[in-house]
Design a protein around this ligand. Structure first.
Ligand code: C2E
Ligand code: MG
Ligand code: MG
Ligand code: MG
Length: 286
């Protein structure tokens, strides 16, 4: 479970969760309070430009530190929020906080594109696009600073809602990515219709790269397909130099994973990116 949860410190708690209805009920009422008051945070994981070895942007990942139970994995509390009707409130908090942070980084001289994850329920929210446009406007940040990730399986689950949200967001200038690609069986003609910028190869293929010729064949094909469709390819879950080398050899555009950096609080990201930035350069952002 620790690995699946992203290697965080919440494995012990997670292992006995989701089994007990009573526990879930009490956890969801705790989550309600958490949304209102200070227990949520976004951590940010860099996406690295493969060729230039520079940061291209970050993915915002939601963190909940429960007052008595400690950190709880998003793989636990996001499904819980969906089940108990809290996911839109949670999603709104993420949109707001991500935009606030982009603006703060801009004030500090750091130009960063932030990716947020959207859930299936959020896609069906009628005013999602307006809400995002409103947050961008209030924080005075340009739409291209924001990227929304939607998993391939969610995109397949509700094709109409996905198309509507992708069209709406791309119209206002927000970037879009298909997340966890390779697990959801999407059709190529459908993919072609979505105004996405990035395709993120699921971690399961990346982790098998060094040992499985099949995984290499799939990733190689996905890289070619993406480039043929004009998409940038991002590999998630890169943990070793060997995986990095294979991905770079295949022409993968961006890499993300513990090999480069774990998700970190916003204040650490500034120091981390300053440490990597070549002297005289003012950020790499395009
Ligand atoms: P995801 O969007 O595919 O995010 C990547 C997950 O992989 C993150 O787990 C990240 O910490 C983890 N990861 C990154 N690099 C590595 C690596 O090298 N090795 C391993 N083993 N793991 C790595 P995390 O933060 O636990 O999030 C899990 C999932 O929860 C996310 O998968 C996403 O689907 C969901 N999630 C997280 N934050 C949000 C959010 O704000 N909103 C929504 N709707 N979902 C979220
Ligand atoms: Mg993601
Ligand atoms: Mg992913
Ligand atoms: Mg994933």
């Amino acid at each position: 479970a620790a690995k699946r949860a992203g290697g965080g410190n919440y494995a012990m708690f997670e292992s006995r969760m989701g089994t007990n209805a009573e526990e879930q009920l009490s956890l969801q009422s705790d989550l309600r309070l958490a949304i209102q008051g200070g227990q949520l945070a976004l951590h940010y994981q860099p996406k690295i430009d493969g060729r230039r070895n520079q940061i291209r942007g970050v993915e915002a990942l939601l963190r909940w530190t429960h007052p008595t139970l400690g950190p709880i994995s998003p793989l636990v509390f996001i499904p819980l929020a969906e089940r108990f009707g809290l996911i839109n409130a949670l999603g709104h908090w993420v949109i707001e906080e991500a935009c606030r942070q982009v603006a703060q980084w801009e004030d500090e001289g750091l130009l960063m594109r932030v990716a947020i994850n959207l859930s299936a329920h959020q896609l069906r929210e009628p005013d999602l696009v307006e809400r995002i446009a409103d947050a961008l406007g209030r924080h005075r940040i340009s739409a291209e600073r924001l990227l929304c990730e939607i998993t391939e399986s969610v995109a397949m689950e509700d094709v109409a809602a996905t198309q509507r949200v992708f069209d709406g967001l791309s119209r206002i200038g927000v970037f879009l990515a298909i997340d966890d690609f390779g697990t959801g069986y999407s059709s190529l003609s459908y993919l072609r219709q979505l105004p996405a910028r990035q395709l993120k190869i699921d971690r399961s293929f990346v982790s098998d790269l060094e040992t499985s010729a099949d995984a290499r064949a799939v990733v190689d094909a996905v890289v070619r397909l993406s480039h043929a469709l004009g998409l940038r390819v991002v590999a998630e879950g890169v943990e070793t130099a060997g995986q990095r080398d294979i991905l770079l050899g295949m022409g993968c555009d961006e890499l993300q994973g513990f090999f480069f950096a774990r998700p970190m609080p916003a204040d650490q990201l500034l120091a981390w990116s300053l440490g990597r930035r070549p002297a005289g350069s003012h950020g790499d952002f395009s």
